[in-house]
Each structure stands twice: as C-alpha cells, then as structure tokens.
Design a protein around this ligand. Structure first.
Ligand SMILES: [Zn+2]
Ligand SMILES: [Zn+2]
Length: 388
C-alpha cells in the first residue's frame, strides 16, 4: 500500500469512534426521505469540521449537501452518502452506516491536506433513496455535471463488489365505487375493495408468467372505513421491477391491465397515478470496481460472489447512466441476514456495523486516491461509459 493510502486508512481508524457515534446518532433518529434534516445537518457539520467547504440544500433539495476539498487541475471524485430511513422500521437498510462511511472517507482524504493529489473530492449528501429519488433530483439540478466518477458503499450481509440493481417504477392505483349499508342495502353499493383485492389476485397469477429476475410487490393503503359500509374507495401502491427499462415498462403495462380488468369486473372507476421517478438499472464501472476490489483485498477483507436473486433497486442506477459509478456492498451483519428486517435494524448499530463502516470508508478513500493519482484511469472509466 502506498504512503497516502496508509495515511488515509490510519485516519479512518483514528476517527472510527467518532464515526460510529455519528452512525448511531443517525440510527437513533430515523428520518424519512426529504425529511433528513438532522442527519444531513450532522454530516455537514462533521465534514465542515474536517476542512470541507459545505453547501447545504443543493439543487433545490433542502436535505442534500455538497462538501468540497482539494485544489488544482485534476479529476472530480464524488463520494455519496445516503441517510434516509424506512417507515416503521427505521434504519433497517443501514443508511446510517453508508452516511458515516462516506463522511469518514471524505475526512481521511481531507486530512491529507496539501499531499492530496490535484483534483477535487466531493462528498455529496443524497436524500430519499428509499422512495423519492433524491439522486435523480440532484442529477437534474446539475450536481453531477462536473463529477468524473461517483462511488458509495451500501450495507449488506457480505462484501460484494457488484450486485445487479433493477429498474423500478411505482404507481398508486385508486378505485372508486359507491358506499351502501353492507347488510341492509349491499346491492346498492359498488365495492372498491373487491377491485383492489382482485388486482392482487390477478398480479399473483401474472407472477407465474413473469421472468424470475423481475419483481412486483404492493400494499393496500386504503381498503374502506367500516365493515358495515361497502367501501367506496380503495387504493394500493405497486412497485414493478425488471433488469431493463423496456422490460420494466412492459411488465408495468400488464400490472395496470390487471387493475383495469378488476375495475371492469367490479364496475368501479380506476385512476392510475405514477409515483416518484423511475430508478434505472446499475451499470458499474469495471475500472472503478477493479480498483475498489484491489483496495478491499489489500485491507485483508474477503470478497464474496454476487447473489443473483437478491436484487434491489436504487437511484444510484440513474447516476451510473451519466457518470462512471460503483455501489459495492459492505458486510455489516452476519452472512445470511435479510435486509429491511428488524434483525438488520439491530445489526446496523452493532459491532459488525462498526467494522463495515471502517472498511467502507477506507476502501472508498483509497479508491479515490487511485483516481486522483492516475487521471488516465478516470479517462478510461469515462470512455467506457461513453462507449456504452
Ligand atoms: Zn433499502
Ligand atoms: Zn438501502
């Protein structure tokens, strides 16, 4: 390991306690997407104290930030922090660890001061990954326009350099019927809940004809107000995921057809309201993955093979379509533990989370140093993305 990398790794080790406190603080105050006022504030304060120039509320997104260090002509390398939580189960995706790892990598690079090779390091705070597409808003707002390479780590139960991320689109389906007394005059009613439940049944049948690498999942958000009233309104939210954007839209059309068929069968009205923005599949930069993998190995960290059927989606996919990007997964929990669970929520503040935080921060900082020290690697990564 070269001297700068050794120094960066040592800085992360020295800051590990402080970074863990930051991670635990975010974990203890879970905030939903675009409401991460405290988390983004704590991260911005930490980075400012490490010598970063911090801008809060970039691209019109109040809980986004951009922190900058570095000088001279050279590449601009972005390290991304996520810090939004899940409704009901808090930081069961470990975004508190992602945030602290990104901030820790930035701190390690800032601590190199004048020894940092020419170029800029940005630590970008990207809200609302779990829904809302904060990164898409930052792309649209030009935050990635002058970024040459982007990277982040995500919490997982193992270390994996690349996992496929599916394209995803979401929609709210609303059926409207007619209220009536469910015992006295049921025939005077039109049951919107029936349409909703029939949609779930039709989608369940559709799954048999669906490719195994696609996903459809939904919840009922409105299903009536009292059991003695025929429900006049029902609503559901569905996500539809596929490895390609075209495949995603084709599957989405079939889900909408299920809902429309159910509306027809029950005599209800239906409204389809698209939600959020589309998350695109992840295209990982091979150049960046090679560097990150080599740094993980030099830290003595084991690397696992991708797990083909554990596929998520993220707005990092959209970033990867415009900038060479990687999204490696870092172990913060025992192997085999599922994410978005109560168990993973606990793991995200446990001893393995501290180890994963340190590993992620070190590997991110070392990979950024590789890129600053050898801008030809940046040019190669950008060339590969442009060539598709
Ligand atoms: Zn998640
Ligand atoms: Zn996540």
């Amino acid at each position: 390991m070269n001297t700068l990398k050794t120094r960066a790794a040592a800085t992360v080790d020295a800051l590990a306690g402080e970074l863990e406190v930051l991670s635990h603080r975010i974990h203890a105050h879970p905030e939903l997407g675009f409401q991460e006022v405290e988390a983004s504030g704590w991260l911005a304060e930490f980075l400012a104290a490490q010598g970063f120039a911090v801008e809060r509320g970039v691209a019109g997104v109040a809980t986004a930030f951009r922190a900058t260090v570095g000088a001279g002509a050279g590449p601009t390398i972005a390290i991304l922090c996520e810090y939004d939580a899940l409704p009901g189960i808090g930081h069961a995706c470990g975004h508190n660890v992602i945030a602290a790892a990104g901030a820790g990598a930035g701190a390690a690079l800032a601590a190199l001061g004048g020894a940092l090779p020419p170029g800029r390091i940005l630590v970008i705070g990207t809200p609302a990954e779990e829904g809302g597409g904060g990164k898409v808003k930052l792309i649209e707002g030009g935050v990635f326009a002058d970024v040459d390479c982007a990277m982040m780590v995500h919490a997982f139960d193992r270390n994996v350099l690349h996992q496929n991320l599916l394209g995803v689109t979401r929609a709210r389906l609303e059926w409207s019927g007619k209220a009536a007394h469910a015992s006295v005059d049921p025939w005077a009613g039109v049951n919107a809940l029936d349409a909703c439940i029939q949609t779930f049944s039709a989608v369940a049948m559709l799954r048999q004809q669906m490719r195994p690498d696609c996903r459809i999942h939904g919840i009922i958000t409105e299903g009536g107000t009292a059991d003695n009233i025929i429900p006049e309104r029902a609503a559901a939210v569905f996500s539809v995921r596929a490895p390609t954007i075209d495949g995603m839209w084709a599957l989405y059309e079939r889900v909408i057809a299920c809902a429309e068929g159910a509306a027809r069968a029950t005599g209800t009205g239906i409204e389809v309201n698209p939600l959020d923005v589309v998350y695109e599949p992840l295209t990982s930069s091979a150049t960046l993955l090679d560097l990150f993998g080599a740094n993980m190995r030099s830290l003595g960290l084991p690397l696992d093979e991708p797990v083909a059927d554990r596929t998520a989606s993220s707005d990092i996919g959209n970033v990867s379509q415009v900038v060479p990007t990687i999204h490696p997964w870092i172990a913060i929990a025992p192997k085999g533990m599922a994410i978005h669970t109560r168990e993973f929520l606990d793991a995200a503040r446990g001893p393995l989370a501290r180890a994963g935080l340190v590993a992620g921060a070190q590997a991110l900082a070392m990979t950024a140093l590789d890129l600053l020290a050898e801008p030809a690697l940046v040019a190669r990564a950008r060339g590969a993305l442009a060539a598709g």
